[in-house]
Every structure is written in structure tokens, then in C-alpha cells.
Design a protein around this ligand. Sequence first.
Ligand code: IPD
Ligand code: CA
Ligand code: CA
Length: 259
Amino acid sequence: AEFLSVCDKIAPMVEEALAPLIGTEYGAAELCMGADNTPTERLDKIAEDIILAVFRSRKVCRAVLSEEAGLVTDIGGESGLAYLDPVDGSFNAGAGIPFYALSIGLSEGGVMTAGYVRNLANKETFTAIRGKGAFLDGRPIRVSKKAELNISAMSIYARAPEMISLLEKGMRTRRGRKLGASALELCYVACGRLEGFLDLRTTLRITDAAAGMFICEEAGGIVTQPDGSPVAFPDDVCAGRPLLAANPVIHAKVSEILR
Ligand code: IPD
Ligand code: CA
Ligand code: CA
């Protein structure tokens, strides 16, 4: 809870610093290569610097695994590893599309204990604490109860051959919604705006997914590999995994199709 309140202090600072950069070429300019082997944009770097500075001053954890900086070990806290994506959906932020988020997950001894995902454009804040459920702006959320694929909305990421094979296997959903910030899309599954999220590209990393997966699970969602087997992300900003997150009924149906 203390961790989440520090996140709540940080979010407005990041929003304020990013405001003049959103939807600008200056903000989206690539400064260098990030630890995750994708370019760091100016807005990523500015957000990350603010967050790490507050983490250090509050000694919120022992270390941070961050998308741009990699493993940061001088935070000063006694325990806890935080998974940080300062801006998930950088393309959206640079393009001025209001769907990009600050994503922070906390783990203790290898077990996720808290998750914080904040849409920095509209301030919607998704949180979860282990065993206590998930929340949107402080109100409890649950995954949707829709049970049929033909009335479902899903976010599906796949390259051409994977997409062809999906269609060949008969996978059809009513509405495709590919929104461009996986942390938030996982939270949209958590609160029932989407029935599911499927990424077959093996490019999703722990920094993108840790907080959103945890929030989704605390809201009653099931998160696994696409075939339904358990998913384990290594503590490595470069290691990508495929992922399926959905309400339990849709999860069973999709993983069955993909097995
Ligand atoms: C990206 C977003 C996007 C997903 C990509 C990620 P970034 O993160 O989560 O939705 O499709 O795989 O890399 O680069 O904007 O932090
Ligand atoms: Ca990301
Ligand atoms: Ca990012």
C-alpha cells in the first residue's frame, strides 16, 4: 500500500513533465538504444529519470528492472524488485494518441505483491495488491462474464504467419482492438472492457507485462502462455514471451483453439 502511494505521487510528476512532449517530434526523438534493445525516446528517458530519482529518495525497493536503464541496483531499499516501464505505449505518446501508461510491478522474493498501471493521458489508475483484488481509481474491478468469442472484444498481436494460422484454426472474435500499450490492454481485460489479450509475437517482456498481468489475475483473469501452460518471464528486459490473458471462459476457449 505504501508502494502504491509512492506511485501515486510519481504519476502527476511524470504527467507534468511529459505534457509538452506529447504528440511532438521532439518528444518522440530517439536518444539512444535502451537496455531492452529498442530505442529510448526523449519522453521515455525523462519519465524514467523522474521515477528512479523518487524511488531512490524514498528507498522504495532494493532494485528496479527498467525498460530503458536495465537493472538498477542503487535504490537503497532493503527488499523488493520493481519492474518498471516508464512509458508503455511510447509510440502513442509521441503520436499524441491518448493511450500510454506508467507501469510498475513490485515483487518480493520472486512473488508479485503489487501492481500499478496509470494511463498518463486520462489519469485512470489500475492497482492491485496480492490477495486483495484489483481496482480502477479505487473501485474494485472484475474481468467480464462474456462467454462467447463471437460477442467478445480482444486485443490480438501476431505476425502474418501466426495470424494466418490463427484464422486457419478457426479463431474468430467479434471485435479486434489493438490499442498499442500492452500494460493498459491487460488492465482493460481486468476491468472487463476487453475479454482477452493475446500476443503471439514473443516480443512482450516482463517490464511490459508484470504489473498488468498481476492486476488481471487479481481481477479474476487467467494469464498463461497461449496454449494454456504456465508463463514464466525471466528477469531480463530482452527476453520476450507469448501471452494469453482473458476471462476464465474465453481463456479456456482460446487456449483450446491454440493447443
Ligand atoms: C510496447 C507496447 C506495445 C507492444 C510492444 C511494446 P513500449 O512498449 O507495450 O503495446 O505491442 O510490444 O514494446 O516500447 O511502448 O514501451
Ligand atoms: Ca513497454
Ligand atoms: Ca516503454
